[in-house]
Write a protein that binds this ligand. Structure first.
Ligand code: PRP
Ligand code: MN
Ligand code: MG
Length: 181
């Protein structure tokens, strides 16, 4: 495999900045969900890193479940067509659901997912996202816990991929255009 660094334009958010922000968000979630029957729902595959790090900053014991959906495939643009690749193992009835995402880009994935979850009887549904692109959003998503607002450029790392690559980069970086042009 090729060297990741050669494919980067520039780093937008460092590993250290991400961890500091997730610790802040976890402190808020600790307070907001104390004594509640919470369920963290990670959206595979992009959310694997944020789930792993965020959950380890929590002091409340929060069960995790996973949903696999995909809208991007091997493209840099969302298709808007969301496919369920793996459903939850846990019923949502009565649960305080916190959906954990790596990024809100167009918002289409979460818009679809929140509609879908809305029929499953959760006591509450909120969203935590590590990143959000305000200038790319096509539908408004009311995310309660947001790490960083970033510019509308194609970013990779910290779970975010381009054609399944670069998820393991610790920082979030802008992909060099030569990679996808
Ligand atoms: C990416 C990302 C979010 C979604 C955001 O997932 O992880 O889930 O797109 O884009 P949107 O707001 O425009 O819908 P992707 O579909 O690439 O699947 P992946 O998580 O497996 O990479
Ligand atoms: Mn995703
Ligand atoms: Mg992806």
């Amino acid at each position: 495999a090729a060297d990741i660094q050669a494919d980067l334009d520039r780093v937008l958010v460092t590993d250290e900045q991400i961890q500091e922000k997730l610790a802040e968000l976890a402190a808020r979630v600790d307070a907001d969900y104390a004594g509640k029957d919470v369920l963290l729902v990670g959206v595979l595959k992009g959310a694997i890193m944020v789930m792993a790090d965020f959950a380890r900053h929590l002091t409340i014991d929060a069960p995790m479940d996973w949903m696999a959906v995909s809208s991007y495939g091997a493209s840099t643009k969302s298709s808007g067509v969301v496919q369920i690749r793996k459903d939850l193992d846990t019923p949502l009835e009565g649960k305080h659901v916190l959906v954990v995402e790596d990024i809100i880009d167009s918002g289409l994935t979460l818009s679809w997912l929140l509609d879908h979850f809305g029929t499953r009887g959760a006591a509450s549904i909120e969203v935590l996202t590590a990143f959000r692109k305000p200038d790319a959003m096509k539908v408004d998503i009311d995310a309660k816990y947001v790490g960083f607002d970033i510019p509308n450029e194609f970013v990779i790392g910290y779970g975010l991929d381009y054609a399944e690559r670069y998820r393991g980069l610790r920082d979030v970086a802008v992909l060099a255009p030569h990679v996808y042009q």
